[in-house]
Design a protein around this ligand. Sequence first.
Ligand code: HDE
Length: 703
Amino acid sequence: MATKKQPPPSGVARNNNKKTESLETYRSDATNQALTTNQGVKIADNQNTLRAGDRGPSLLEDFIMREKITHFDHERIPERIVHARGSAAHGVFKVYESQAELTKAGFLQDPSKETPVYVRFSTVQGSRGSADTVRDVRGFAVKFYTDEGNFDLVGNNMPVFFIQDAIKFPDFVHAVKPEPHNEMPQGASAHDTFWDFVSLVPESAHMVLWTMSDRAIPKSLRTMEGFGIHTFRFINAQGKGRFVKFHWRPTIGSASLLWDEAQKLAGKDSDYHRRDLWEAIDNGDYPEWELGVQIVEEEDEHKFDFDLLDPTKIIPEELVPLKMIGKLTLNRNPDNFFAETEQVAFCPGHIVPGIDFTNDPLLQGRLFSYTDTQISRLGGPNFHEIPINRPIAPLHNGQRDAMHRQTIDKGQASYEPNSIDGGWPKETDPAAAGGGFESYTERVEGSKIRVRSPSFADHYSQATLFWNSMTEPEKEHIVGAYSFELSKVERKNIRERQLGILANIDETLAARVADNLGLPVPKKNAGAEELGKSSVTDSPALSIVAKAKPSVKTRKVAILAAKGADAASIKAVKDALAAEGAHAKVISPTLGSPAQGVEADATILGMPSIMFDGVIVAGGKESAKALAQSGDARHFVLEAFKHLKAIGAIGDGEDVLAAAHLPSSEEGVSVGGDAAKVIKSFIEAMSKHRVWSRAQKAESVPA
Ligand code: HDE
């Protein structure tokens, strides 16, 4: 593994904001401090239990040993039932210009104002220790510590969901989690219970297609888009309401892994995403996202061919464009994983004046679930007092006591109205500046009934839109993903039933997957098209490849070098990449120095090619000879070729490609004695992220 730069000690020369400063009260630094018990008693011997004689029994009297072990016994809290595996960071949000026209939310008014945030990314199915790169939806949860209280935008990296009604959530989660009899597989949907459920619940068709796409295996948490999914409301100071969908767009663009990379990374570095986020922030490559909104006027609520309240639908950007209103920057790693990332408690019901809910039946259920789950996960109703969850806005009310209460409330009256404490704390008029939260007035009329609105019935047309909007490589990956997952399903009737759903989305998709499964190609269900039709038939905004931004910023390059490598070629590569904001690591068969003044950062086995965006073989005869003879080195370049990465070889470095039988005339492969020229075309190839034109040829590469 690469030598690690130590993060700066807590609180010293790190990015601060109002929230991280407020955490100072709780941070503890043991430098130059004596070891003590939890009661502050200094400990003289932390090596030996108190015993009767040097070979005698331990004594119950030993309060030091008992306290230490009792605390240890209780170190774990229940992990989240979903989204257990997560990584998070501190940052800030700034609006570009006042959004007063749309909302009175205080944090969206003033472009000079920085609102502190804490953002947690997660996978859904796996447990806390599961691998980062599994095929899964990613959580994208943002806690804004606004001056008017906390606003939690608890979203995902896909804009739709599997189900339309909250009452189905436990069924869905039971189906996707490891199977109950043998707790397998971990962090994977490729098993019978998941496909049994989704093949019986056609409203999942659209979202399942997203999870079979490249979106479910992001290259990095930094290259993921984020979505609030549900339609929310904005309300301005005049009381005018509008519908709003929230989007996060990474400024470095989106990119995904290939399935083969994702699977290998799960074993070679199961913390791949967590490490990437941590290192990027540590290096000062602060991840950024723009906040985009799609606004729909109230009078337009029913003008679409789908229901705005249906969380299995997007609003195509061709119908309502995105308006970018601000930027989120993550600029500080947490000090303590448990205290911050594990204990942070999100809730879609944490909302501020100027934003409100809609009647989306999935959102309505979520408003109840999150507070309830924190009570069991974090041990009681005072989880808002845990430092990471405390708002920076002052809070006062009549809520008292309960487990782990920390606030020492003064005064006699814990009720309202009261005359004893002068009536305080008092309500605030919603019309006043900085006024109290007021729910948006909406007239609701109807029978008390358990029913799904007929406007939620079309389960296929937006899935078809998504499929049609993919580029050919993305389609290929989707076919591969369905084929892989369904091939792992043991029951043939489930595979056949899912193929029926695919036929309703697109018959070619169904035929391609059926072919791989050795099953007959099903026909589209006669009634499927009558359920609805999408007015938009192609949306380039849905494709990651189509809208990729050419850039090498923050990308990682391996410089392959063995003993006797040419130091000048290594330096030239490093300098050229640094100038473009990319990072290079020298990878060698062993640690040590492959060239004069050059230290290897990692070994070929410690940091395989799947951890890089491109590979350059350094010049130098002796180095090239050693690498050409090494199976691991040849595998390194072959694997990079298979994964459609940019490859370069300087001078004699070309011999390594030749030994691996890689033609140097291929697109995205640059060789030659002129280091500057090789690096230039290498950078150009890497800026496109992958060499898609190589896909077919790459299949025959045995790596
Ligand atoms: Fe969640 N979800 N969810 N969810 N969810 C949780 O809350 C739930 C849904 C999402 O980083 C839990 O604190 C229900 C949609 C994220 O801490 C739990 C329903 C979306 C996170 C819960 C949904 C999400 C959670 C588990 C259907 C995208 C991680 C631990 C009505 C918009 C937050 C916890 C973090 C976490 C319930 C559906 C996103 C059990 C009942 C839709 C990002 O309360």
